[in-house]
Design a protein around this ligand. Structure first.
Ligand code: ATP
Ligand code: MG
Length: 298
C-alpha cells in the first residue's frame, strides 16, 4: 500500500528549478532511498512533503490525503528527522520529548518517552540540556522526537551523517525494525553502501530530476557488471573484449549479469591446472550511481 505518493512534483525557488517533475511512491513496510549529489533536490522534496515549502506544481498525498489541504491529518502520521539539527538549548532531553508528545496531543506518555530514551541510549543523558549534548546525541534526540507519535511515514534526511559507527548501526537496526512494523520510510544518504544495505528501492536524482528508480538489486544488476579476476600460474598473452585490466599473471574481466560465469570460463578456455586463483566481485550501487550521473541519462 502506498503511504506516500508524489506525482510530477516541481519546486522552484525563484528562477531555480530545484525539483523537476519528480514522481515516486513509498509503501508500507518499505525503505525508499533518495540518492543524489549535494544540491540534487532531496531536502527540497522532503520540505514539500512536510509542507515547510509549497509545491510549485504537482501533488503529494499521504494515505491518499493531499498534504497541502490536509495538513493536520497528514502531519499526525508523519515523523521527520531533518538534515539540519534543530535544537532548543535551554531544555533537557526529557523535557523536549515531553513537549513533543504535547504537540501531538499525547498525554500520559511517560512510558513511551522512557522506552524511546532507552532504545536510543539517551537514558543517561535525559537530564542534560540540549546545548550540552554532542552532535550524535542530538541526532538520537531528533530520532526519538520523530518516533514519539508512532508515525506511519518516516522521513529521514541524512540521519547517519557525522555519526559514529555504533550509532550508525543502531540507526540501521531501528530502520529495519520500523520497516518490519510496517512503517513507510524515506531515507536520504550519501553513503551508497548504506543505501544498498537498507533500501528496498532507490531513486537516483540529479539536478532535480529522477534519473533512475527501481529495486536496488535490480538497478545494480542492470547498470553494472561483475568483475572476474583470474590469476594464472604462467603468463599468457591474451586478448578478449571483456578484459579490462592485466597485471603480470592477473587478468580482470568485466562480465555482464546476463552471462553465466561457467559459460564465460569455458569461453576463456584457460587450462584448469594453470589457474592459481579466481575472484568474483559483484557490482555495487556506488558503481550504478556513478554510471547514471556520468551519463546524465534519463
Ligand atoms: N530555501 C531555499 N531557497 C532558495 N534555494 C534553495 C532553498 N533550499 C534549497 N535551495 C536550492 O535548491 C537546490 C536543491 O537543494 P536541496 O537542499 O534540496 O539539495 P539536497 O539534494 O538536499 O543537497 P544535500 O545533499 O547537499 O543536502 C540547491 O541548488 C539549493 O541551493
Ligand atoms: Mg539535503
Amino acid at each position: 500500500m502506498a503511504v506516500l505518493k508524489i506525482e510530477n512534483l516541481i519546486k522552484d525557488y525563484g528562477a531555480l528549478r530545484a525539483v523537476n517533475k519528480v514522481s515516486f511512491e513509498v509503501h508500507s513496510g518499505e525503505v525508499f532511498g533518495l540518492l543524489g549529489p549535494n544540491g540534487a533536490g532531496k531536502t527540497s522534496i522532503i520540505s514539500t512533503i512536510t509542507t515547510l515549502e509549497k509545491p510549485t506544481e504537482g501533488t503529494i498525498t499521504i494515505n491518499n490525503l493531499d498534504v497541502t489541504r490536509h495538513e493536520r491529518a497528514t502531519k499526525a502520521v508523519t515523523g521527520v528527522v531533518p538534515q539540519e539539527l534543530v535544537t532548543h538549548g535551554y531544555f533537557n532531553v526529557e523535557e523536549i520529548l515531553t513537549f513533543q508528545s504535547g504537540y501531538y496531543g499525547l498525554r500520559k506518555n511517560k512510558e513511551k518517552i522512557h522506552s524511546l530514551m532507552q532504545q536510543l541510549e539517551l537514558w543517561s543523558h535525559r537530564h542534560k540540556k540540549i546545548r550540552h549534548l554532542s552532535g550524535g546525541m542530538k541526532r538520537r534526540l531528533m530520532i526519538a522526537k520523530a518516533l514519539m507519535h508512532s508515525p506511519q511515514l518516516l522521513l529521514l534526511d541524512e540521519p547517519t551523517a557525522g555519526v559514529d559507527v555504533e550509532l550508525r548501526y543502531s540507526i540501521w537496526e531501528q530502520v529495519r525494525d520500523l520497516k518490519k512494523a510496517g512503517v513507510a520510510i524515506l531515507f536520504t544518504t550519501h553513503y551508497l553502501e548504506e543505501a544498498e544495505k537498507l533500501c528496498d528501492r532507490v531513486a537516483i536524482i540529479h539536478e532535480g530530476k529522477i534519473q533512475k528508480q527501481g529495486e536496488t538489486k535490480e538497478l545494480v544488476r542492470k547498470l553494472t557488471s561483475r568483475h572476474l579476476t583470474i590469476t594464472l600460474k604462467n603468463k599468457v598473452e591474451y586478448s578478449h573484449p571483456a578484459l579490462i585490466n592485466q597485471q603480470d599473471n592477473t587478468l580482470e574481466f568485466r562480465v555482464p549479469y546476463s552471462t553465466k560465469i561457467g559459460q564465460f570460463l569455458s569461453e576463456l578456455n584457460f587450462r584448469n591446472d594453470n589457474i592459481l586463483d579466481m575472484k568474483i566481485r559483484e557490482g555495487t550501487l556506488e558503481e550504478a550511481f556513478k554510471y547514471v550521473l556520468n551519463r546524465g541519462e534519463m
